[in-house]
Design a binder for this molecule. Sequence first.
Ligand SMILES: *Cc1c(COP(=O)(O)O)cnc(C)c1O
Length: 242
Amino acid sequence: MVQEAADRRAVIAANLQVVRERVAAACKAAGRSPDEVRIIAVTKNHPASDVRILAELGMVDVGENRDQEAAPKAAECGDIDLNWHFVGQLQRNKAASVVGYAHVVHSVDRGRLVEALAARSRAAGRELNCLVQVNLDPDSEQGVIGPRGGADPADVPDLAKAIAEAEGIVLGGVMAVAPRGADPRAAFDRLYEVAAVVRSRYPRATAISAGMSGDLEAAVERGATHLRIGTALLGDRAAIVG
Ligand SMILES: *Cc1c(COP(=O)(O)O)cnc(C)c1O
């Protein structure tokens, strides 16, 4: 057991080194400072012990996409100073639970969710940071929330306004997942445009959450400020589940 834990730590440390080098190289190529880009370790389907290892290795931002998994994990790691990012599709009835541990919700994609999060955040005396998730899949019909979630780009300004005006929550910026099977650069450029419109109205909403293990270079090149990295740090989730 002790050996296993040491091995796991060595694997994660090596992965983290590789990811940091990839981000540094991408920043250099784009003429950006690595200080402009935060790495969020997405720990879904990996145990709390991995979160602990990541914290020991200097990570402060962790991400989860399902409340059932995130809530107990965050509780188990309650003694560690971490920023929890909720990045998955969110049901209104989970708002209270998520507000209990999350510092940032990346996946706000409809008005009713804004109201629920704001009410729960106020009740908890918190100031939850909210990003508008943008649907960048050109194949999904207008107004239809695709399987990966996200608001239609045309609806983002109204949603941003609702978040900015709601008491108890703060508008942090925008987030997207690049559609599968297409060049992520086109999607991230679109996100950048949407982000610029939001930022022109709300100058403090500077976050652009984009980029995962497979497309982080494209995201950095196209202006991402937050990367959500799972597999490249913790390995294949399918091998661990069960
Ligand atoms: C799982 C997940 C990630 C991390 O993806 P990897 O490809 O494993 O790096 C990022 N964003 C969201 C919304 C996710 O659900």
